[in-house]
Design a binder for this molecule. Structure first.
Ligand SMILES: Cc1cc2nc3c(=O)[nH]c(=O)nc-3n(C[C@H](O)[C@H](O)[C@H](O)COP(=O)(O)O)c2cc1C
Length: 325
């Protein structure tokens, strides 16, 4: 399937694996890229730019296909060493970067000067237009369904993607709630030229996370996620567990007075305990409503192959049948 997204990134299928903290490591990124999608290493999971350089090298040994790196701009006072990470990306010969979070403006020119294609992930048309004006090559339009940070405007993808088609000139992929060939065809119908998946890629054989995490996604339904940190305007969609229930109780009790310190125990530094040790109640971890559509743990190759078969069947048989009837 050829779209502006496959052309932009030099990939076979219009499927991207979104950056995921403590999930987007070399093994997963390489597996997605080997299967014809765009695999993405998450920069901030690497403690230093040197660690990121090593992770890029590791992925390169596992695949000769294009890979990308996610750079998430966090709303924190003591910013990570972003110039160092950008240098590691450029020096490592990576040609695709997924930016997310705060305004990527400062880094877009630097990346583009090094011939790196930038896809910015955001959750509103307002931010998409701003990123387009900054010169990004593509957008990842992330609906309210998504795992991770859906923003504060709560626009689901049926509306958001159609609005993106009305407003944007650069190509965009649909992100949030995407799981299979049906998702891809729906996304294409709404104007996207591909899709980005997070949660679905965690439940794959190559995802380098504890088996408990994969089983938790399989066990979850579409009603099992919760939104946390809304009072802090840093909303995150997470899988419900004991820590999330405790966090929500605190939000209820403290109301508008809540501070990050009040909930730090439930959110700060919990990812390694969950993703690596499989302590499923250690804290809040991002998970999309799409968990309700995930029932197995295929390889990335099996997953992507069957998505493309289903998408092609839908377009050429079911939809063509309707159109010609
Ligand atoms: C466990 C997990 C961790 C994530 N970490 C990040 C991250 O560090 N940076 C980022 O830009 N997005 C992050 N995301 C968001 C994904 O890249 C992607 O946009 C999102 O999962 C799409 O929604 P879906 O889960 O419904 O597919 C994360 C998502 C999950 C599920």
């Amino acid at each position: 399937m050829k779209t502006r997204i496959t052309e932009l990134f030099g990939i076979k299928h219009p499927i991207i694996q979104g950056g995921m903290h403590f999930v987007g490591l070399a093994e997963l990124a390489a597996a997605v890229s080997n299967a014809g999608g765009l695999g993405i290493i998450t920069a901030l999971t690497q403690r230093t730019p040197d660690d990121l350089s090593r992770e890029i090298e590791k992925a390169r040994k596992l695949t000769d296909k294009p890979i990308g790196v996610n750079l998430t701009f966090l709303p924190v006072v003591n910013a990570p060493d972003y110039p160092g990470y950008v240098k590691a990306i450029i020096d490592g010969g990576v040609k695709a970067v997924e930016t997310a979070g705060n305004n990527p403006g400062k880094w877009v020119d630097m990346l583009k000067a090094a011939d790196v294609k930038v896809i910015h992930k955001c959750t509103t048309i307002r931010h998409s237009l701003k990123a387009q004006a900054l010169g990004v090559d593509a957008l990842s339009v992330d609906g309210f369904e998504c795992g991770g940070h859906p923003g504060e405007d709560d626009i689901p993808n049926f509306i958001l993607l159609a609005r993106a088609e009305e407003e944007l000139k650069v190509p965009f992929v649909a992100s949030g709630g995407m799981a299979d060939g049906r998702s891809l065809v729906a996304a294409l119908a709404l104007g996207a030229e591909g899709m980005n998946m997070g949660t679905r890629f965690i439940a794959t054989k190559e995802a380098p996370v504890h088996e408990n995490v994969k089983q938790a996604i399989l066990a979850a339904s579409e009603t099992d996620t919760r939104l946390v940190m809304r009072p802090l305007r840093n909303t995150e969609r997470v899988l419900r567990n004991a820590a999330v229930d405790r966090l929500l109780e605190k939000e209820k009790a403290l109301g508008a007075n809540i501070k990050f310190e009040d909930i730090a125990a439930e959110v700060a530094g919990v990812y390694p305990r969950i993703m690596q040790n499989g302590e499923m109640d250690a804290g809040a971890w991002s998970c999309g409503m799409v968990a309700g559509l995930i029932n197995d743990i295929p390889t990335c190759q099996e997953l992507i192959d069957r998505i493309m078969v289903q998408a092609n069947d839908l377009i050429n048989k079911r939809l063509a049948g309707f159109a010609n009837s």
